[in-house]
Design a protein around this ligand. Structure first.
Ligand code: ABN
Length: 164
């Protein structure tokens, strides 16, 4: 038996079982389905109702390893101490993912020192933090300890580099 006769037999058997109208009908259904499916309504309300966190929200990406009061709520900003206070000489460094570009950044959490503590926007996250008995790896520390005034006011969150 040659290939030609095998193919001929197969196509004859298929054509006996199907009609031209049936094939065209099925192709039409496929075409309609592929154009109508993307037009079906999708519920996007959950995403639309959830605004991106701002720098006064504890969920803002830069705060992934912070432990303190947000200076953005206390008369300063993420990079500026409130008037009358100054940044700590030493700090805690965290690594946070920026969802906007998918990159990790090194964040320096300097405390602002020299003024009474701000009472707003307490925020604590512990990404890569280790227990308190491991002092160098724990962020619940007053970083004003090396400044002239050790009075803690609030905490900054400054980008100091891109994590490789
Ligand atoms: N780094 C903020 C802070 C200050 C005082 C005590 C604990 C934590």
């Amino acid at each position: 038996m040659t290939i030609d006769s095998v193919v001929e037999k197969a196509t004859r058997s298929i054509s006996q079982r199907t009609s031209r109208r049936g094939v065209i009908g099925r192709l039409g259904q496929l075409l309609l389905g592929s154009t109508v499916l993307p037009l079906l309504p999708v519920d996007r309300s959950a995403r639309a109702d959830t605004p991106e966190p701002s720098e006064t929200d504890c969920d803002y990406w830069r705060y992934c390893a912070i432990d303190g009061k947000l200076c953005s709520c206390c008369g300063g900003s993420m990079t500026q101490c409130p008037p009358g206070s100054e940044p700590s000489a030493i700090s805690w460094i965290g690594t946070c993912l920026n969802p906007a570009d998918g990159r990790h950044y090194l964040i320096s959490y300097n405390d602002c020192c020299g003024m009474a503590s701000c009472s707003r926007c307490a925020c604590g996250h512990s990404e890569r933090e280790r227990p308190a008995y491991n002092l160098g790896l724990h962020n619940d520390v007053n970083w004003c300890m090396a400044n002239t005034s050790t009075a803690y006011s609030c905490t900054l969150s400054m980008v100091v580099g891109v994590a490789e």
